[in-house]
Design a protein around this ligand. Structure first.
Ligand code: PEP
Ligand code: MG
Length: 574
């Protein structure tokens, strides 16, 4: 059985699945008889002591392994455990309100989590995950459930989980983790960030992994192509071993290209931009090697929040990214939720076909205040850099005009308040719906730039749900129709002298990127993990050759023929 996933940290591994189910506390409202309060306080103190010991043991282990930074996380957890304000309130709730220790812990932690969630400072808000961790630890000890963590695995395994908490990933027994597979989580989730920093292959978003795989079952993970094979045959395993060897060799070679200019073999410059989902330092680290931000998926700053981020919070985040990139363009894509992207802080209607439903720009039109708040935040931040605002899921000229009217309204509101913004903000669209690609000549007259969202453009052009693993063979990223559509968009914008880039996954795929260069793309945008590889490919490719590849990719009849052709032609460069 094969499964698809999002390869957020490249690598290849074959091994036994270790199904990891973190403890989920079940806490119910509970009272104690008045005369039992002192005994309940004593029980609470025992829980504190138990948690303290566990934390000290993890810290020691990490320090011994030379992982001082990770050890600090657990010193912070200990501080939370003995936080005076929380500790006092828990004791009061047990002593005077006769709550069970579990219920008191739950109430007090949740109250403080709510307060932290409202904080303006990112760092303070990020402590919420740590507080949840400490709370779960206390409740688990109270339930008498032994600690199950990933710090001591005993043998090399592939960790499979629904999702991972910061403490799970931070304590990973690295030498025994061959790969990570989770059901949820994106490139900016904790699991992804830590996996990349450890160089552990990670495949996220593998739907139904916990249900379909079993503990100890042999699995093969290809976190380059985004594939998981359960019970691989001898043949598949041999194939994976070969792929792994080739991958490791390639990675070493590619790293040499990270810092070079994105220059093609004939000297043509093709700027390489970065896709980000937050303003975290880890994500912005690739700023050193890139020419701008081609896609800031702002929906990630709305995710996992109990409230919508405020205008000020968003302003600070956008300002940070704009400041980091100075004169280089930073393309902020407005909120793109719906489809597979859900928000905790916003109830979205249940729809039969969410990918064809009320998502992204359409949803913003139906929630003017949410949209205007984001636009005001972005415009305010524009004084700190070179801001480009981009609208997702544009299907028609009506969408463009309506979105631009919203920007004007946001500007009017700022003008009325006397709040400054840059007069040079560029407005552009994502081209990810065929209907807008086919009127690109008209669109190019009304916007400043376009960026092709190949993930959705493939989905909508081929009529294949991009999330449905059963339809993988029909989701054809090298379909000649796509290159024809993209070519038309580039030509239409070129006539107006306006830039077009690609920010979908194709931009970071070296085979497709070679074609995109030949189609006349102004820049390519990708996740940081693809930067070195794309620069390497470009350094060996002339524009003349790229044009030849592009002409062929538009004229060959099938996806597979295009793919085989490109792989053969570019084999020497990659
Ligand atoms: C795309 O559709 O190609 C894209 C870049 O947007 P997302 O993947 O966030 O839908
Ligand atoms: Mg998209």
């Amino acid at each position: 059985m094969e499964y698809k996933g999002n390869p957020v940290s490249e690598g290849i591994a074959v091994g036994k699945a270790y199904l990891y189910q973190p403890y989920v506390p079940q806490v119910t409202e509970g009272e104690i008889p008045e005369d039992q309060a002192p005994a309940a306080v004593a029980r609470y103190e025992k829980l504190l002591e138990g948690a303290k010991q566990e934390l000290a043991a993890i810290r020691d282990r990490l320090e011994k392994a030379g992982d001082g930074d990770k050890a600090k996380i657990f010193t912070a957890h200990q501080d939370i455990l003995f936080d005076v304000a929380m500790d006092e309130e828990i004791r009061d709730k047990i002593t005077y309100d006769f709550m069970t220790p579990e219920w008191a812990i739950h109430k007090v932690y949740e109250k403080f989590i709510k307060i932290l969630n409202k904080a303006k400072d990112d760092l303070i808000r990020e402590r919420v995950a740590d507080m949840r961790d400490v709370k779960n630890r206390l409740l688990r000890i109270a339930a008498g459930v032994p600690e199950k963590n990933l710090a001591a695995l005993g043998e090399p395994v592939i960790v499979v989980a629904h999702d991972l908490l910061p403490s799970d990933t931070a304590t990973l027994d690295r030498k025994n983790v061959l790969a990570l597979v989770t059901e949820i989580g994106g490139a900016t989730s904790h699991s992804a960030i830590i996996a990349r920093s450890y160089e552990i292959p990670a495949l996220l978003g593998v739907d139904g992994a916990m249900e379909n795989l079993s503990h100890g079952q042999e699995i093969a993970v290809d976190a380059v192509e985004g594939l998981l094979v359960a019970d691989p045959s001898g043949e598949v395993k041999a194939d994976f071993a070969k792929k792994r060897e080739a991958f490791l060799k390639r990675r070493e070679e590619e790293k040499k290209f990270l810092g070079v200019e994105p220059r093609m073999a004939d000297g043509t410059l093709l700027p390489v931009h970065l896709n980000v989902g937050s303003a975290n330092d880890q994500e912005l680290a690739a700023e050193k090697y890139t020419d701008g931000v081609g896609l800031f998926r702002t929906e990630f700053i709305y995710m996992g929040k109990e409230q919508l981020p405020t205008e000020d919070e968003q302003y600070e985040i956008y300002k940070k990214v704009l400041t980091a990139f100075g004169d280089r363009p930073v393309t902020i894509r407005t909120l793109d939720i719906g489809g597979d992207k859900k928000l905790q802080c916003m109830e979205l209607p249940v729809e039969e076909n969410p990918f064809l439903g009320n998502r992204a720009l359409r949803l913003c039109f139906s929630m003017p205040e949410v949209f205007l708040t984001q636009l005001r935040a972005a415009l305010r931040a524009s004084v700190h850099g070179n801001l480009w605002i981009m609208f997702p899921m544009v299907g028609s000229m009506d969408d463009i005009r309506r979105a631009k009217a919203f920007v004007q309204q946001a500007k009017d509101q700022l003008d009325a308040q006397g709040v400054p913004y840059s007069p040079n903000v560029k407005l552009g669209i994502m081209v990810e719906i065929p209907s807008i690609a086919l009127v690109a000549d008209l669109a190019a007259k009304e916007v400043d730039f376009a960026s092709i969202g190949t993930n959705d453009l493939t989905q909508y052009s081929t009529a294949v749900d991009r999330m449905n693993p059963a339809l993988r063979e029909y989701y054809q990223s090298y379909h000649p129709a796509l290159f024809r559509l993209i070519g038309y968009v580039v030509e239409s914008f070129a006539k107006e002298g306006k830039p077009v880039s690609v920010c979908g996954e194709m931009g970071g795929d070296p085979y497709a990127a070679a074609v995109l260069a030949g189609l006349g793309m102004s820049k390519l945008s990708m996740g940081s993990a693809s930067v070195a590889r794309i620069k390497k490919m470009l350094s060996g490719l002339t524009m003349e050759k790229a044009r030849e590849l592009a002409a062929k990719a538009r004229s060959l009849p099938t996806n597979d023929e295009v793919e085989s052709y490109l792989k053969a032609e570019l084999a020497a460069l990659l």
